[in-house]
Design a protein around this ligand. Structure first.
Ligand SMILES: Nc1ncnc2c1ncn2[C@@H]1O[C@H](COP(=O)(O)OP(=O)(O)OP(=O)(O)O)[C@@H](O)[C@H]1O
Ligand SMILES: [Mg+2]
Length: 403
């Protein structure tokens, strides 16, 4: 009997040690743990919640979790909670802004788990992590990458403008001389040869106008491309975005490839046009690099296609380049993954494209590649934009609710 009791005593003691251990872990962890009932009323909040939200003396028990969140994020989280109560599906993730006591917002990545039927917990568990700094760093990197690609394209664009400007200059100088000859026939021994002028002057004028048109087209494309953009999505002509992209990237592409387009009938797509231009230029420049790297001196081919598929607008960029080695295919969207030498690539183009397409637009980006033959990247964007909110913050990622 005494042995059994002693056994019980040591069980209780070790349980107490485990309980102390778990409590200390929970108290000291920087991860936020909140448990709510099926109505979203908080039944437990770990001390880190108060610490991170600057609520040192305020107990959160009895308040509603949604009251901590940014008004724009409430419908989303309410939807999740409802789905969680209805089903026993674990682990949906959403980025939610939580209000700090000083009125600012912290961005938290929240995982929800339905433990309503668990006899001990009996609630919905929200595990959250403060990712504000990470998101800020990401957006700084995104900005830096955009500036870098603008810088890379700038010298190419200067080249593109220089050529028509030069022949505009040559033609206008010729017209000036011809006019001079007409005004002062005696000054030139040959005099003004009217037949010659009749043939050449209209041509010079035509070429000058063509050159001006070319410069105007480039400047228009640059303006559309360089537009700082707003936080609002706008109905956008994606085919126009493709054309503008091909103009600003022309100098990078024309030395290695011919470009063809097959642009379908697209409705206007709700998107951030600046983002889409950025995505397209990253894909087109990658395609040009892949062709330059395919080890042959032959010119390659870049084909850009657009079409509608169901509720999505789809853009495909196909190249006859070196292809993507299956060994690295899983890594190309990783930030800073590059196979290019320093100065030619920083490995940010596709990771930025991924963030812009998926997080900012609720779309998808994927590729198929045959090493040595070529690659097709496919971008799908929901025509109606994501949901009804037009102020999608880059940090807010709609969670894919588990089936
Ligand atoms: N069309 C393509 N064909 C073959 N490989 C590609 C293609 N697009 C991307 N890749 C591969 O994926 C890697 C990552 O591409 P990503 O655009 O992110 O970076 P990068 O082009 O190397 O540098 P950056 O875009 O920052 O200048 C590339 O280094 C290349 O190895
Ligand atoms: Mg790139």
């Amino acid at each position: 009997m005494a042995t059994v009791n002693r056994h019980h005593d040591s069980d209780a003691a070790s349980l107490a040690v485990v309980a102390d251990y778990l409590t200390a872990l929970m108290t000291k962890s920087s991860d936020l743990v909140v448990v709510t009932d099926d109505q979203g009323v908080i039944t437990y909040a770990s001390p880190s919640v108060q610490h991170i939200l600057g609520l040192s003396d305020t107990s959160l028990v009895g308040t509603r979790a949604r009251d901590l969140w940014h008004p724009d994020d409430k419908p989303k989280t309410a939807g999740h909670l409802a789905r969680f109560v209805a089903r026993t599906s674990p682990g949906a993730i959403a980025n939610v802004r939580a209000r700090h006591n000083d009125g600012t917002y912290r961005i938290t990545e929240v995982t929800m788990t339905n433990l309503l039927d668990d006899p001990v917990v009996g609630g919905i568990v929200l595990n959250a992590r403060d990712i504000t700094e990470r998101i800020e760093l990401e957006s700084q990197l995104m900005h830096a990458q955009k500036l870098e690609s603008v810088g890379q394209l700038a010298s190419g664009i200067a080249h593109e403008i220089n050529t028509p400007i030069q022949f505009i200059g040559d033609n206008v100088r010729f017209l000036g001389d011809a006019f001079d000859g007409l005004l002062h026939p005696g000054a030139n021994a040959d005099g003004a040869d009217t037949d010659y002028l009749e043939a050449e002057v209209p041509m010079a004028i035509e070429q000058t106008l063509e050159g001006i048109d070319r410069v105007a087209t480039i400047v228009r494309a640059m303006k559309a491309f360089g537009h700082p953009g707003t936080d609002e999505k706008a109905p956008t002509d994606l085919n126009e975005a493709v054309r503008n992209t091909l103009i600003v990237a022309n100098n990078t592409v024309k030395h290695v490839a011919d470009v063809t387009t097959d642009l379908g009938d697209l409705p206007r797509v709700w998107c951030h046009p600046g983002d889409i231009n950025q995505v397209l230029v990253n894909l087109v420049v990658n395609a040009a690099h892949a062709i330059a790297d395919n080890g042959t001196a032959e010119r390659g081919h870049i084909a850009v296609r657009s079409y509608v598929d169901g509720t999505d607008a789809v853009i495909e960029v196909t190249d006859t380049g070196c292809g993507i080695d299956p060994g690295v295919a899983g890594r190309v969207f990783e930030p800073f993954f590059t196979t290019k030498e320093v100065g030619r690539g920083t490995g940010q183009g596709l990771s930025l494209a991924y963030v812009l397409v998926t997080k900012r637009h609720g779309g998808s980006i994927s590729f198929v590649s045959a090493p040595g033959k070529g690659t097709t990247f496919t971008v799908r964007l929901p025509i109606a934009g994501t949901g009804t909110r037009r102020h999608d913050t880059p940090s807010i990622q709609e969670a894919a609710c588990p089936a």
